[in-house]
Design a protein around this ligand. Structure first.
Ligand code: SF4
Ligand code: FES
Length: 295
């Protein structure tokens, strides 16, 4: 595993034994020495317990495989994974697959919040597993596939609809205004770059789309990620006003920005902290402005 492993040698174990309130003799001594006993903070106690070198974390992992008769009924499997400081949910899943059940299936690649392949529904929230510390979660940790998408197997969902919505906004740079020299850079001002900076951070993980109630009920809605992608290019000064107009037409169609009801669920789950709702609102304003006519 990529995480640092705290030394599981005898000393820490002995220390925790000495400190343990479960040892009858020690509890008696402590009671004689000082009365009343200081109140224990259950949260701190819980954190300390989790950090114990021999401790395990309890995972409940969603399982489903339409191709295997015995697994066609969805269920949760329990795994008790040895906890190491710095361990992520992805580390725990990899451990479970490697040590307990090699048929456990999930996507992952970069392990550093770059590829966007391991967005899942962890303890009731869309999260990137490689960015989520196990130690920050309540047990048992429930790991499920992203809601509002068809489950292919175990923790893998079909992302095709998400990709279709992204493609619908033509998520690539388009301009006719090329520099005179063939190899000249197409430069952008610092201010313009700054204004679109956050929107460029999308890693196509699909967490926002999965969290969106509107997208869940309306399969045609472009969704927050696609609209953010449109924002990224519509606000890029190098594309020019004609292309910006074309992009605004795409996003103000029936299933575009006006479907958003400003619930902020997408913004809350985005692992790259993109202010999605804000970008959608800004595009709404741009669309209104572009439709205003003064005679
Ligand atoms: S906008 Fe955020 S949550 Fe949505 S796909 Fe991109 S990175 Fe993931
Ligand atoms: S494994 Fe690439 S984003 Fe998590």
């Amino acid at each position: 595993m990529s995480t640092q492993i705290p030394n599981p040698e005898p000393e820490p174990v002995d220390q925790s034994d000495e400190d343990s309130p479960a040892t009858g003799e020690q509890t008696d001594e402590a009671e004689q020495e000082s009365e009343p006993r200081p109140e224990r903070d259950p949260q701190v106690e819980d954190t300390n317990r989790r950090r114990g070198a021999d401790d395990t974390y309890h995972l409940k992992v969603f399982r489903y495989d339409p191709d295997v008769e015995a697994k066609q009924e969805p269920r949760f499997d329990d795994y008790h994974v040895p906890f190491e400081k710095g361990m992520t949910v992805l580390d725990a899943l990899i451990f479970s697959r490697d040590e307990y059940d090699s048929s456990l299936t999930f996507r992952h690649s970069c392990r550093q919040a770059i590829c966007g392949s391991d967005a899942m529904f962890v303890n009731g929230k869309q999260r990137l597993c490689c960015k989520t510390q196990l130690g920050d979660l309540e047990e048992p940790v429930r790991v499920e596939p992203l809601p509002h998408a068809e489950v292919v197997k175990d923790l893998i969902v079909d992302m095709q609809h998400f990709y279709d919505q992204m493609e619908a906004v033509e998520p690539y740079f388009q301009t006719d205004d090329l520099p005179d020299e063939e190899l000249a850079e197409q430069r952008q001002t610092r201010d313009n770059r700054e204004s679109i900076k956050m929107s460029t951070r999308c890693i196509w993980c699909g967490a926002c789309m999965s969290s969106c109630n509107i997208a869940a009920g309306d399969n045609e809605y472009l969704g927050p990620a696609a609209i953010n992608k449109a924002y990224r290019f519509a606000m890029d000064e190098r594309e020019g006003s004609d292309m910006k107009q074309r992009r605004l037409e795409i996003i103000e169609q029936e299933n575009g920005v006006w479907r958003c009801q400003t619930q902020f669920s997408c913004t809350e789950v985005c692992p790259k902290d993109i202010p999605l709702t804000e970008h959608i609102q800004e595009l709404k304003r741009e669309a209104v402005k572009s439709n205003l006519k003064f005679w």
